[in-house]
Design a protein around this ligand. Sequence first.
Ligand SMILES: NC(=O)c1ccc[n+]([C@@H]2O[C@H](COP(=O)([O-])OP(=O)(O)OC[C@H]3O[C@@H](n4cnc5c(N)ncnc54)[C@H](O)[C@@H]3O)[C@@H](O)[C@H]2O)c1
Ligand SMILES: O=P(O)(O)OC[C@@H](O)[C@@H](O)[C@H](O)[C@H](O)CO
Length: 490
Amino acid sequence: MPHLNRSNAPFERRIGASAPDATGIVHLGLGQFHRAHAAVNTALAMADKGGDWGIVGVANRSRRIIDAMQAQDYLYSILQLSPEGTDVQLVDVHRKLLVAAEQPGDVLAEIADPAHKIITLTITEKGYNKDSATGKLLVGNPDIAASLAGPDTAKAPLAQLAWGLVKRARESQAPVTVLSCDNMQSAGTTTREMVFEFLEAAGVEAPVLDYVTNQVSFPNAMVDRIVPGTNEETKAQVEKILGLRDEAPVPAEQFTMWVLEDHFKAGRPAWEAAGAIFSEEVEKYELVKLRLLNGSHSLISYLGGLSDSPTIPSARDKDFVAESVRAAIYNEYLPSIDLPTGFDPDAYVAQLFHRWQNHALGDKTARVGSDGSAKLLQRIVEPAIRLLDLGEMPHEMALTAASWIACVAPPAGFDPGAIAAEMEEPQREALAKATAGATGVRDHVERIMTGGFFPESLGSRTEFNDRIAELLGIITSAGVEAAANDALGK
Ligand SMILES: NC(=O)c1ccc[n+]([C@@H]2O[C@H](COP(=O)([O-])OP(=O)(O)OC[C@H]3O[C@@H](n4cnc5c(N)ncnc54)[C@H](O)[C@@H]3O)[C@@H](O)[C@H]2O)c1
Ligand SMILES: O=P(O)(O)OC[C@@H](O)[C@@H](O)[C@H](O)[C@H](O)CO
């Protein structure tokens, strides 16, 4: 089977125009989501309105995607999977690819290059190194600590960004925009805070701080498209449709949404031509998405993981999962959000349930359930505290926490099974250490909730910890469906 490249790529499958050779964007975190979201929007914007917005893509450590894309003249496929059908489209928007671990100096030089007007990020929630308990930069994190000494030591992506901005400040002072495309509340503001804390901890000179204050913007943005991991089946499906071998395709649902603040210091692609929405209510959209979609997604993944559902749609098909998610959304998440103007929550929720039923996409519960310690902070803390303050018990937030604990930090003697074992959890070891020798399920929960994994404002709520422990006890003794029914008051 011939490999995809520029000479054999079918023109009619191309998304938008080919990018020009000139690059205007540097992207850190060349993973699945960037390639199916910002890259696609940028190609579409340039097809309609032009601009020198080719992308320099930076992978963190692995050469896998880069080697495959380079062998294909930077082209790759989006395998769009939905109940309505399957389609392949080709993206041609990257013009240079780097691996940060191998070319750290080159990454800083690309960030500092005045031709580059936007630095986009998908470095994952944990990549911001924000302390769960204090909200401050984790200066003690080994990668951050090692990166503080100087630009040559920059290991973490956040540090590469910060040292790249220092280089830019010292060389050209050219204005630039840093655009986080990660699932975080106040994503831009958070990025700015972490960058500033890093620069202050590194002791950089005052003019650099002035430059970042005045010449670098950090707009907030809400990003949305369900983009699972690639596997051999993805490649086989693309091959069948295209008649070409693509080693770097990305599966994705059809739905896509991007809401951004229009605060760009040095211009931007005409993303509105691709359907992006520019709004001053972005933080409200972020909350809607992080709670209704991502918060529910976490709950589906942990309930699914504990009931042998390998995919989100197979979990969502279970009545007790669907009922739990509806209760979480309508009783606990929605009342916690000041909705954007004109927003129709029922239509949004109906659309979510439809998206979660996408068996063709087959998004994995293990993917969605990964990194829970970084993600649940964005999702359950405020809605839980809100209800507790009103004297009500947030049963579904407690169920989310209990099922997460059951999956990644199970009490002694409980085996959550193979799907839970597949979930990546950066705090797995720390959680195991914190709970070692716990005297029972209540003590186990107490050690997690007060162990620095959650802010004290939630961890200190005894009544919430009691409820988590009750539900965790039911999960371990009678199973997750029984716990979900208990949370539903059945
Ligand atoms: N996949 C989705 O459905 C989706 C949807 C919306 C938003 N997002 C956001 O995009 C992020 C990345 O998702 P993805 O699907 O591209 O994942 P991915 O695993 O394909 O890519 C993650 C990228 O992040 C970087 N990274 C990984 N671990 C890191 C670490 N410990 N520190 C710093 N950087 C690290 C790597 O460079 C990697 O290329 C998510 O965490 C989320 O915030 C994803
Ligand atoms: O990407 P994460 O790791 O923040 O969360 C997992 C999923 O909820 C998420 O990837 C969704 O698929 C995505 O946020 C949809 O836009």
